[in-house]
Design a protein around this ligand. Structure first.
Ligand code: AMP
Length: 282
């Protein structure tokens, strides 16, 4: 595995490999890697000749400075994991390298309703930061395929819009969420949970599954409220949202929304750790 800390050395390594960009798969991450990330890399390795992973804790996408400060950073272990998993090139830039003065990128991205719904509403500026970094990374890497996790469903929609609006051509592959045995979606933030909180955390998956099982039985807003109440009873400190949404727009779904086009999305705090998850409703 080649480790590149600058854009220049990355371009050199890419060129030296002799593999066309179209045959390169790209997995952008913020590190603190787990099996969910490795699954994206595994997909890329199956489908592409060369796999690039980036690790960059992007300051512009944190609307809460203390969340940025406390975001887990485990670079040495991450490097070992990527090496063992068969990553070809690791791009490991610092903030100055990504946000170079003189680069011409938009100050603002038009994300339409995606910016006022769910994560967009609860994390002001978050998706602007995601677009800022993804635009820069995609311009540099120019992959044939981009692999991102369904765990961040709305982020997948935002990045697909970014790509369409800014002529970033790549095949977008949304990889299903990898979960712990008890249903908790793998996340770098899970490391911050106390043992007691870790026991409570799978309630999110339980409540989403209950919604999916009962989708024909109730008023959707009522189902959302019941699930939120149950999460609070289980020990969650605060619920940002439980939403049964149209999977194409993320607007609230109604019973008339076609089967197969609904998704349940949750964001909730366990102590000060904010967890998000979602489940497609069959
Ligand atoms: P992050 O490091 O949290 O920015 O995540 C990097 C990529 O890994 C994103 O595309 C995430 O959606 C994806 N990802 C994170 N957790 C999981 C998971 N449990 N299963 C699948 N993909 C994931």
């Amino acid at each position: 595995m080649i480790i590149c800390r600058t854009a220049k050395s990355f371009v050199q390594a890419r060129q030296a490999s002799g593999i066309p960009e179209a045959e390169t798969g790209f997995v952008p991450t913020m590190g603190a890697l787990h099996d969910g990330h490795l699954q994206l890399l595994a997909r890329s390795r199956v489908e592409c000749r060369q796999s690039v992973v980036s690790i960059f804790v992007n300051p512009t996408q944190f609307n809460d400075p203390s969340d940025f400060a406390k975001y887990p950073r485990t670079t040495e272990t991450d490097i070992d994991m990527l090496q063992a998993a068969g990553c070809d090139i690791l791009f490991l830039p610092d903030v100055e390298e990504v946000y170079q003065a003189g680069d011409h990128f938009p100050e603002h991205y038009d994300l339409g309703r995606l910016e006022s719904l769910l994560e967009g509403a609860h994390r002001p500026g978050h998706y602007q930061g995601v677009c800022k970094v993804m635009h820069r990374l995609m311009r540099l890497v120019q992959p044939g395929s981009l692999f991102m996790g369904q765990k961040d469903y709305q982020q997948c929609m935002v990045v697909q819009k970014l790509m369409a609006d800014h002529n970033l051509h790549a095949r977008f592959v949304m990889v299903p969420t990898i979960r712990e045995a008890d249903g908790l979606a793998m996340s770098s933030r899970n490391r911050r949970l106390t043992p007691k909180q870790r026991e409570i955390a799978p309630a999110i998956y339980r409540e989403m599954s209950a919604i999916a099982a009962n989708i024909d039985k109730g008023n959707y807003r009522e189902l959302e409220k019941q699930a939120a109440d149950k999460l609070l009873q289980a020990g969650f400190a605060h619920i940002d949202y439980v939403s049964i949404a149209d999977a194409r727009t993320l607007e609230p779904a109604e019973p008339g929304t076609e089967t197969g086009n609904k998704v349940c999305l949750v964001a909730a705090f366990l102590g000060e750790v904010r967890l998000i998850d979602n489940l497609p409703i069959p």
